[in-house]
Design a protein around this ligand. Structure first.
Ligand code: AMP
Ligand code: MG
Length: 479
């Protein structure tokens, strides 16, 4: 199947217009293809080479419509940094329709009813970040929206300085956000809450259909999925940066990549978003923020689900799911196959030691995946050697109790501890080159993003240690 021969449907348009605005994209000038993800295209049943599809650029640019496509922007509200922000909506995203359980959406495709003071555009640098991060998150096995293609253009876009506009074609099984429900609740459209819940069940949780207390069960699934995604973020060192309720996907997947960062040195208090002066969405704060957002959702859904019952679900499910998923991943990352009494203390001790050592989080685990008895390989990359020196002694004793051979353990650990992580300093290099019309690094990064555990010996430069001056970069929301 060829991408441009896809036939879309638009089930979201069966709702009343309060849910959306029908709007046409505004194409960019002189568009050109920067990158396309064949891996994402597979989700749509596309097996022909995207790069050879002569209509791809026009479709991503919103100039040509796929058969059946009717374009629209979705309406939502949201709590931003703890405050209700009123109506937001897709201010620069336009939906094309659905196929194979995936909703296609253009980001950066022009003004909509919800653009407020914005220009409906996305600049090249943030589009490269969103495109690569989506595919990298998928490569790491974390639920996320995907990115099928990225185009650049000659259109000028005003930010702190003049930049060029770009569009990412994104895919997701759902674009409903916590904030979509918040909009309907805040504007007194309580009957529409149920209509949206039915849509969400149909789209994201069809296996619940016909069960009792279906809305409460839907909420429980949202809690479980969200807790699982956050646990996975914590395990790879991902800091989202803008966990407002309009950036919380209803099925729990990662959505809306802005000033995100993958940790350089392990620092639980790291805040990647420059505008987050209070540190509300710090790396370790993500767990509490997700819980708060889920509580907001429970309150929003209270006209259709008894709030005391959803609170019970939240209390019973969130922490336990988070801790189970997180600890299982940490045991795997440490190469532990069996369970022993003090294993939880072992990984908590490891996190404390990492916090005190000043050490790159990703590099530590990759080196631990080859650890036998020689500690210096790991200690040589710490600023402060002592905490990990002691911890590695405990770790050595513990892995003695495992049945696997050293080689088998190393192989298993290398398959769960990524070599390639999309760090900000690497992304900045790729963005700089892209500004000079050299997109080779974007495409190299796509390759390692989709297979981050493999060696890719020809692409070693993409995992070089972060230079001191580029460590722990914070970015603004400007995008
Ligand atoms: P974000 O922080 O990117 O998730 O955006 C928050 C809200 O602002 C969403 O409703 C976006 O659609 C909207 N928005 C962000 N940037 C723009 C822009 N350049 N033009 C129009 N709307 C925007
Ligand atoms: Mg957003």
């Amino acid at each position: 199947m060829k991408f441009s021969n896809l036939k879309l449907t638009t089930p979201y348009l069966n709702h009343k217009p309060i849910f959306y605005e029908k709007v046409d994209p505004t194409p960019l000038d002189k568009p050109f293809l920067i990158s396309a993800s064949q891996s994402a295209a597979k989700l749509l049943g596309v097996d022909e080479d995207l790069a050879l599809d002569e209509e791809l650029i026009n479709i991503v640019n919103g100039k040509t419509k796929l058969e059946g496509s009717e374009t629209f922007a979705m309406c939502y509200a949201g709590h931003q940094f703890g405050q209700f922000a009123g109506r937001l909506g897709d201010g620069r995203a336009i939906n094309l329709g659905k196929i194979n359980g995936q909703n296609l959406q253009l980001k950066g495709s022009g003004l909509t009813l919800y653009s407020r003071h914005g220009d409906g555009r996305a600049v090249l640098r943030s589009s490269i970040r969103e495109y690569l991060a989506s595919e990298a998150m998928h490569g790491l096995g974390i639920e996320t929206t995907r990115a099928l293609a990225l185009i650049g253009s000659d259109t000028d876009v005003s930010r702190e300085k003049w930049e060029k506009g770009a569009i990412v074609l994104r895919l997701s099984p759902t674009w409903v956000r916590f904030g979509t429900f918040e909009y309907l609740n805040a504007y007194g459209e309580h009957d529409k809450l149920q209509e949206l819940a039915d849509y969400v069940i149909d789209e994201s949780f069809p296996y619940l259909k016909g069960s009792e207390d279906i809305y409460l069960k839907m909420y429980a699934e949202i809690v479980k999925n969200t807790a699982t995604t956050i646990a996975k973020w914590q395990s790879v060192g991902f800091n989202h940066g803008v966990m407002n309720t309009d950036n919380m996907c209803i099925d729990g997947r990662t959505i809306d990549y802005g000033p995100f960062a993958f940790l350089d040195d392990y620092d639980p208090n790291f805040v990647c978003n420059q505008t987050d002066t209070q540190g509300l969405y710090s790396f370790s704060g993500q767990v509490g923020s997700a819980h708060w957002n889920l509580d907001m959702l429970a309150r929003t859904l209270s006209p259709i689900i008894d709030y005391t019952l959803s609170e019970e679900v939240l209390d019973d499910t969130f922490r336990s799911t988070y801790e189970n998923v997180y600890s299982e991943i940490m045991y795997e990352k440490m190469g532990l196959q069996t369970k022993q009494d003090n294993d939880k203390e072992l990984y908590l001790g490891m996190l404390r030691a990492l916090g005190n050592a000043t050490i790159d989080y990703t590099e530590f685990f990759r080196k631990l995946s080859r650890f036998n008895t020689n500690k210096s390989d790991i200690l040589d990359i710490c600023v402060n050697r002592e905490p990990l020196d002691k911890w590695l002694d405990r770790y050595s004793e513990r892995i003695e109790k495992e049945a696997l051979s050293v080689a088998e353990r190393h192989e298993k650990m290398l398959a769960v501890n990524p070599k390639y992580i999309l760090k900000n300093h690497i992304l900045q290099e790729a963005i700089k080159k892209a500004g000079e019309h050299d997109f080779s690094m974007v495409n190299e990064l796509l390759k390692v993003a989709l297979a981050p555990y493999d060696e890719h010996s020809e692409l070693e430069h993409l995992c070089k240690p972060t230079p001191m001056k580029s460590k722990n970069i914070k970015l603004s929301c400007s995008s």
